[in-house]
Design a binder for this molecule. Structure first.
Ligand code: PEP
Length: 251
């Protein structure tokens, strides 16, 4: 039985003060749902303050990206050593990073390896664009992302990874995939590729989330699908009531 996980990706939203207010609003509701792993991913600037607020709770903290090197001349980047001072999780390969900042399968692979060496749990995002979806390339695109992203990662290490299937056309657009379609792609493409790279047994243990316009009102339908182990939530994670409702739906 895979334990559900719901992570809120705040993207480039909230100053430190606003982040603290949102965490204060969220915490009572999040702490009450003990059967779900709950993760908040605020911007880097708020990690320190939020980590202080989460101390002593079971709510985990994640970063939204990281560099693979531990230090060096990489202006503007944040290293795994810096992230692990505060976080247990790190989002890797989000489609906004792939689309706007040149993230590719090779850098995703380096980052996953670095996260594992540094004892961080990577939440690895995969997903197809609208054009790829409409031209029947969904399977090929996701298969490539899984195979190249996880290239060289051992069967012991893959147990530490969480995958998020996020169709790019559904992120921040209000157009969620249908729960059935998301379930079919997660089981039939993501998990099938994991089984090909490792074994059926290992693939069965990997938690795979759905992300893309999940809200309080549609979350229960997604999380009732057998292959969907929780969600990566963008916009709705910025509203305390909605996010708590989503976490409750995953329980
Ligand atoms: C995301 O940022 O990973 C995401 C799924 O965003 P949204 O929920 O806003 O579509």
């Amino acid at each position: 039985m895979r334990r559900p996980l719901v992570a809120g990706n705040w993207k480039m939203n909230k100053t430190v003060e606003q982040a603290a207010l949102l965490v204060a609003d969220l915490l009572p509701g999040l702490e009450a749902v003990r059967t779900v792993d709950r993760v908040l991913c605020p911007p880097f600037t708020s990690l320190m303050v939020v980590s202080g607020m989460l101390a002593g709770t079971e709510v985990g903290l994640g970063a939204q990206n990281m560099h693979w090197d531990e230090s060096g001349a990489f202006t503007g980047e944040v290293s795994p050593l810096m992230i692990k001072e505060f976080c247990r999780y790190v989002i890797i390969g989000h489609s906004e990073r792939r689309g706007y900042f040149g993230e590719n399968d090779e850098s995703v692979n380096l980052k996953i390896k670095s996260a594992i060496v540094n004892d961080l749990t990577p939440i690895v995002c995969v997903g197809e664009s609208l054009e790829e979806n409409e031209s029947g390339k969904t399977d090929a695109v996701i298969s490539r992302q899984v195979n190249l992203g996880l290239d060289g990662i051992s069967k012991e290490a893959v147990g530490k990874i969480i995958v998020a299937y996020e169709p790019i056309w559904a992120i921040g657009t209000g157009k969620a995939a249908s729960p059935q379609m998301a379930n079919d792609i997660i089981g039939g493409v993501v998990r099938r590729n994991l089984a090909g790279l490792y074994t059926d047994e290992i693939a069965e243990k990997v938690r795979i989330l759905y992300g893309g316009s999940v809200k309080g009102s549609n979350s229960a339908e997604f999380f009732s699908q057998p292959e969907i182990d929780g969600g990566l939530i963008g916009g709705a994670s910025l509203k305390a009531e909605d996010f708590v409702q989503i976490v409750e739906a995953a329980a």
